[in-house]
Design a protein around this ligand. Structure first.
Ligand SMILES: [Zn+2]
Length: 506
């Protein structure tokens, strides 16, 4: 029987800390529920000491995740570990993940500690973590650039202090498949008690080797892979969850290992992440990219018609792609919408469903076919409005040079209307919003794309807006691209208003 490899997802921790991927508490929770449906073994929810918001985010996930273990990260400091343990308190199956660097370059320039000091520190940290939380993972940061014999010592100390999982990360994306395999073999062979713990591999993709290195680590004895949806993460990202899972499944003859991931949820998970963060997935990205299963050349098409196996090593259906093409129409009715939303993993209340249905009919009027991605986008905007301070009630724009915009907003019972001019209709509308709200934002990033194919597609807009020192992300969707952009700007503004204290006092 094939051995089991655990999938440790760090989309919400390592992934989330990369630029452009930040998520608020609610978005993290939405993603965590999807990861739970995807069947990952562990969800790393965040780094609780980083901020109050981060702490609350981890706590919420710990409360709501049903099946997966929930992990929180802590440096090897008592304050970090206590904070992480407190955030994990509601979790059914918590994992405390603590780390310290082990490479000489980190010891000398970052930690300014001797090898002995690091050993003492690791032992104390693991022992404290073990006292507070039942399951502890210890990571030797920058393991792949550490002395292998020193890694053996650190691992030994961590196991003696009670660690259940030993992670040897390639923090800087530097190692190669044969090297990492050798490292795991060396440590596992030389550490007394190595058979009592699970070894884990965490890789970065700076040289494009993250997936290959993770698979080689498994061949060297690792039984846990740390990865992220679509490979998001610091710099060039982490090991792509969907790639590593489908490599083990498609080449089971070479990688004789099983994991608990439900592959039908791979594409939906990547889709949801894109909706939440606005991140672009390259068209040629394996498994989840738009073109990953598209056969354009005539020779390929001819072969595919004769027999799909001529050019297809796995089917798009097996990774959940055909499901995302399911189409709802105007006549699908409320029951159809409700069951589809549920299948996509949303548990909506009666009131939310009613609201969603109105929007759905509205969209179905403009666009004959409503795809799953359209539905996800509608649900994301529904959430955006749940904490709205100002709601967009009317928008009219004209001309281009200069453009004119008339904007009507509602705040509770109050209604406001103003007009402004600007360089283009979106700018003019933002200026009008500024006049009404009295807050000035600077648009730092602006990205527009179509959710689904077709001339009448739903347009999605993603913006990053700076208000003073802080930046907020906003998104919006509409069949009218200008309205989508203005909604996205207003969404960012609403986040700023809802989160800034000065506003509460005012
Ligand atoms: Zn990392």
């Amino acid at each position: 029987m094939a051995e089991r490899v655990e999938i440790f997802d760090t989309t919400l921790r390592d992934g989330e800390q990369s630029p452009g991927s930040s998520m608020d508490e609610h978005e993290k929770l939405q993603m965590a529920k999807q990861l739970d449906r995807l069947g990952v073994d562990i969800i790393e929810a965040g780094f609780p000491i980083a901020s109050k918001q981060e702490f609350e985010g981890v706590r919420k996930i710990a409360q709501h995740v049903e099946n997966a273990r929930v992990a929180a990260l802590a440096r090897s400091l008592p304050s970090d570990i206590e904070r992480a343990a407190a955030a994990l308190e509601p979790a059914k199956r918590p994992v405390l993940h603590t780390f310290i660097a082990t490479s000489d370059i980190h010891l000398e320039h970052k930690l300014r500690m001797s090898r002995q000091e690091v050993l003492d520190n690791a032992a104390k940290a693991v022992a404290l973590a073990k006292k507070l939380v039942g399951r502890v993972e210890f990571s030797a940061e920058d393991a792949t650039r550490s002395d292998w014999d020193y890694l053996v010592e650190v691992t030994k100390v961590a196991i003696e202090a009670g660690a259940d999982v030993i992670n040897l990360p390639d923090t800087v994306g530097y190692t190669t498949p044969s090297e990492i395999r050798g490292m795991f073999e060396h440590v596992i062979k030389n550490v007394p008690g190595s058979e009592k713990v699970i070894f884990s591999s965490h890789n970065h993709n700076d040289l494009g080797l993250a997936v290959a290195n993770a698979l080689a680590a498994v061949q060297g004895g690792a039984r846990q892979i740390e990865c992220t949806v679509s490979g998001i993460g610091e710099r060039a990202g982490n090991t792509s969850l969907e790639e590593v899972v489908m490599a083990m499944r498609t080449r089971h003859d070479v990688y004789d290992f099983d994991c608990g991931v439900e592959s039908l949820e791979l594409v939906p998970s990547s889709s949801l992440l894109t909706k939440i963060t606005g991140l672009h997935i390259p068209y040629n990205k394996p498994i989840v990219g738009r073109n990953a299963f598209a056969h354009e050349s005539g020779i390929h098409q001819h072969g595919m018609i004769a027999n799909r196996q001529t050019y297809e090593i796995m089917t798009p259906e097996s990774v959940g792609r055909s499901r995302s093409e399911l189409v709802l129409g105007k006549h699908s009715g409320r029951a159809g919408l409700a069951s589809r939303s549920e299948e996509l993993g949303y548990n909506l209340s009666e009131a939310e469903l009613k609201d969603l249905y109105e929007r759905f009919i509205d969209l179905a009027d403009k666009k004959k076919e409503v795809y799953d991605d359209d539905l996800r986008m509608l649900i994301v905007s529904l959430h955006n409005e749940s904490f709205e301070v100002y709601h967009l009630t009317d928008l009219r724009t004209s001309g281009n040079d200069p453009a004119m915009a008339l904007v009507s907003l509602r705040k509770g019972e109050e209604a406001f209307t103003d007009t402004a001019t600007g360089d283009g209709p979106v700018h003019a509308a933002c200026m009008a919003i500024e006049r009404i709200v009295g807050v000035s934002g600077r648009l730092e990033q602006f990205d527009v794309r179509a959710t689904t194919p077709g001339k009448d597609a739903l347009g999605e807009a993603y913006v990053t807006v700076a208000f003073g020192e802080k930046t907020y992300k906003g998104n919006g969707a509409s069949t009218d691209i200008i309205r989508a952009a203005v909604s996205a700007y207003l969404n960012a503004l609403n986040k700023y208003l809802a989160l800034s204290e000065s506003f509460e006092k005012a």
